[in-house]
Design a protein around this ligand. Structure first.
Ligand code: ATP
Ligand code: MG
Length: 557
């Protein structure tokens, strides 16, 4: 957990004795799946508490029954745990509906809240603007008795949807629009995923959030900057009720290039079937990142590096990919897989003869050891590793040239077989028996090393190559009259069938992450990968353009 202004506040509050222990919460609304932005908030909330011996609650902010679902609750719980965090206690804002109702009655008795019969549209009109004061509701002067009676009847379900609200009585001339008698309750006869039909009125975010924090004795309630103007209201409710003084602190939300980070937009991508679902590996959702193969440790590392500030900014997707590569380079086992297979035959190798070679599992981690791979007369190599008419600096296989087969032998191309259409369908080679393991006892230099899979052992696999959903840095900055969703890259998913993978890959467990040597990092798809039917998703390529750009920038500076 890095140091930042919120950590400073927490440390000062502990040092001064204002709090003996800190308590934070992560408060998602169960109306969609969590995304990378939420990961930032999760890492911040859980990280702050963990770094200072405190606790963090998971609280579902479930006050909009028409958009919320139990399925989202389960998905959110899974995603928080997968990211590596365990909550102290699990609550729902709906646990507090009774307490909130009682507190609302108390504000009415104090003359600080009233029942208003204006429609939502009228409330908006009466509110005024930044340059124009609001007008008082004609119902603002109701007596406490009348307000209590109407409020109880709202709760009893006597009135139709939208016909009345309960509003805080604050100041219609306030420079802060949030203080111009904000709505606390609205009438909505809609079933709730937990409370069923028992409430025909629901609290607003402003009325529910701070009071829920206070009930849980949350010391530091962090949220994104758009709530900065709500803070005076947050504090007003707590002060009027005289309850535990939770403190709201705002930070800048996360934005990332080449993607959208808002549940509303992600819901649209899912609803319009632009992606296969919330966990489509191209989605910036936690479920999508998991299925894509991003390790949770890399996401936590990313959240640490971007820092916590009050300045809105856009973070490069390349930084996230860089974190993923760093993590996977340390832990991923190396395997061989041929995505676009071309047959290679060793004409001087006996039919039916095999040798077992030792392939290193992870050069970054000696403890990972080696695995046996079989080498034989017929092998698969990648089409990209052979050129009939190569340019000068091409160091792979070409007619008459030598190349090293990873962990195996140095081979020389002696013949090229083509089909009727003139396409190369097979390359024939000889091998140098003195080069087993890749060394050249005579000291001659072999420039290129390519990967391969023995034809006798290869399993057929499907491989899915992913690119960012949006080619544009800022997909939301679209010209007038166009829709951001149309900017989606139709090539963001390319599926390759008939790829050839070594047996260790066919045996991979769903969710297992590996490096395909020279190609990239891949994960066995958590849904579709089956023994006998391997399916791999490309997590990220090997080339780290982000690190390169950083080096160049450092060099120039
Ligand atoms: P969205 O804007 O995507 O609809 P939201 O803010 O409505 O998200 P909530 O479920 O209300 O989603 O958010 C739960 C917590 O996550 C809140 O504290 C919110 O401030 C935080 N959060 C949401 N999006 C981001 C983001 N992009 N960066 C940082 N924190 C975020
Ligand atoms: Mg929200």
């Amino acid at each position: 957990m890095g140091s930042h202004f919120i950590a400073d506040i927490v440390e000062a509050d502990l040092a001064s004795g204002k709090h003996a222990e800190i308590r934070t919460r992560f408060p998602p609304e169960p109306n969609g799946y969590l995304h990378l932005g939420h990961a930032k908030s999760i890492c911040l909330n859980f990280g702050l508490a963990a770094a200072h011996g405190g606790t963090t609650n998971l609280r579902f902010d479930d006050t909009n029954p028409t958009t919320e679902e139990e399925a989202y609750v389960r998905a959110i719980e899974r995603d928080v745990r997968w990211l590596g965090f365990e909550w102290n206690a699990l609550y729902y804002a709906s646990d507090y509906f009774e307490q909130l109702y009682e507190w609302a009655g108390r504000l009415i008795e104090k003359g600080k809240a009233y029942v208003c019969d204006l429609t939502a549209e009228q409330v908006r009109q009466y509110r005024g603007t930044l340059t124009e004061p609001g007008r008082e509701s004609p119902h603002r002067g109701r007596s406490v008795e009348e307000n209590l009676d109407l409020f109880h009847r709202m709760r009893a379900g006597e009135f139709p949807d939208g016909s009345r609200t309960l509003r805080a009585k604050i100041d219609m001339a306030s420079g802060n629009l949030n203080l111009r008698d904000p709505v606390m309750y609205r009438i909505l006869h809609a079933p709730h995923h937990r409370t069923g039909e028992s409430w025909p009125i629901y609290p607003t975010y402003d009325w529910a959030h701070g009071q829920s924090d206070s009930i849980e004795r949350i010391t530091h309630s962090v949220c994104t900057l758009e709530f900065e103007d709500h803070r005076p209201l947050y504090e007003w409710f707590i002060a009027e009720l005289g309850i535990f003084p939770s403190r709201q602190i705002e930070f800048a939300r996360l934005n990332v290039t080449h993607t959208v980070l808002s549940k509303r937009k992600l819901l649209r991508l899912v609803g319009e079937k632009a992606v296969s679902g919330w966990d489509d590996p191209r989605m910036p959702t936690i479920a999508g990142l998991r299925r894509r193969g991003y390790p949770p440790a890399a996401i936590r590392d990313f959240c640490d590096r971007i820092g916590i500030t009050k300045q809105e900014s856009v973070v490069e997707l390349g930084l996230l990919e860089h974190c993923v590569r760093e993590e996977l380079n340390r832990v991923a086992l190396r395997r061989m897989a041929v995505l676009r297979p071309l047959r290679l035959v060793l004409v001087d190798w006996p039919e039916g003869h095999f040798e077992e070679l030792a392939a290193v599992d992870n050069p970054e981690d000696p403890a990972a050891g080696t695995r046996p791979v079989r080498f034989g007369r017929e092998l698969w190599i990648d089409r990209d590793d052979f050129l009939e008419d190569p340019p000068k600096k091409y160091f792979r296989l070409a007619p008459g040239r030598e190349v090293r087969l990873r962990w195996g032998y140095v081979v020389r191309c002696v013949e090229v077989i083509k089909d009727a259409a003139g396409e190369v369908v097979e390359v024939r080679c000889t091998h140098d028996p003195a080069t087993r393991g890749g060394g050249t006892p005579d000291g001659r230099r072999i420039q290129g090393t390519i990967h391969w899979v023995a034809a006798a052992d290869a399993a057929d696999a499907e491989v899915r190559l992913y690119a960012p959903l949006f080619p544009d840095t800022d997909p939301e900055a679209v010209p007038e009259g166009t829709d951001w969703i149309e900017r989606l890259d139709p090539q963001s998913l390319v599926t390759l069938a008939g790829c050839k993978v070594e047996p260790a890959l066919a045996a991979a467990a769903p969710g297992e992450r590996v490096q395909f040597e020279r190609v990239g990092y891949f994960v066995a798809d958590e849904r579709d990968h089956l023994p006998g039917r391997p399916v791999f998703n490309r997590i990220v390529t090997l080339r780290d353009t982000w690190a390169k750009v950083q080096q160049q920038a450092a060099g120039k500076g």
